[in-house]
Design a protein. Sequence first.
Length: 267
Amino acid sequence: MPELPEVETIVRELRAGLTGDMIRNYRVFWGRTWVCGNGLDPVNQRINTLSRKGKYIILNLSTAVMIVHLRMTGQLIVHAHRDIGHPHLRMLFEMNSGKILHFYDSRKFGRIYLVDHADQVLERVGADAMSPELTVASFQALIGKSRGKIKSVLLDQRRLSGLGNIYIDESLFRAGIHPETPADHLTIEQTAVLFEAIRATLDAAIRNLGTTISDYKTTGGGFGTNQNSLLVYRREDQPCMKCGKALTKIRVNNRGTHFCRHCQTLV
DNA sequence: CCATGTACCTGAAGGC
DNA sequence: TGCCTTCAGGTACATG
């Protein structure tokens, strides 16, 4: 479910609500969710800072790092009371302030790690797609030599992190690039256009607080509105916003892929 | 290096 | 209504 804009929205809310708070107690309702390093304990640890790399949420605690990945259906929601008994509740953290951070996850793919150092989880995660240090030149270096399809390359979180199925389809449409174009066939100009398209797509989605299609909610239980601005995602057979012809859906990397055969040409 | 298949899981939606 | 199949925004790993 959540990609960079959804995770960024959640981090901003958690940062505003939980920075400086201390974990008083926690409970695990589905064992595989909680991946805890040997001898580590979150209790009595303060949340010093919150940040994000790609789709990973990073909570710097007093003497450890807690990292959350929501995968497909994970939700982090703060309630004033325990929501014990909810069928999708996998973990909760009670804070000294009285706030209770709930982790819901119907499909159980999500993970919450507690480790000594963030690298233990993030070592193989590539540069964040919105990082100010990422430039057109470094983006070209990351994707330019690959012979794989551009969509597959953009899905690979070891190169560039944060993009998922929705925002890749949206970015490629904005850039006028066919998702099956081999990455090393793209011209320098096309790569620059793609970089700007990715930035514009993510930027707009962050401003809209993310895309809510089925599960994604903000930490207060609110919804994003970016689903109202999607240009191609899940719009197969509907008219292209640029040329008016029917959009197409194919499978790339076994993922549903939406694009316009007329506006996005294969190089 | 690249592509493909499978596993992890549940629930919603569509076909009949 | 109900049963069956397919699909879903993510990632890791195993195999050609």
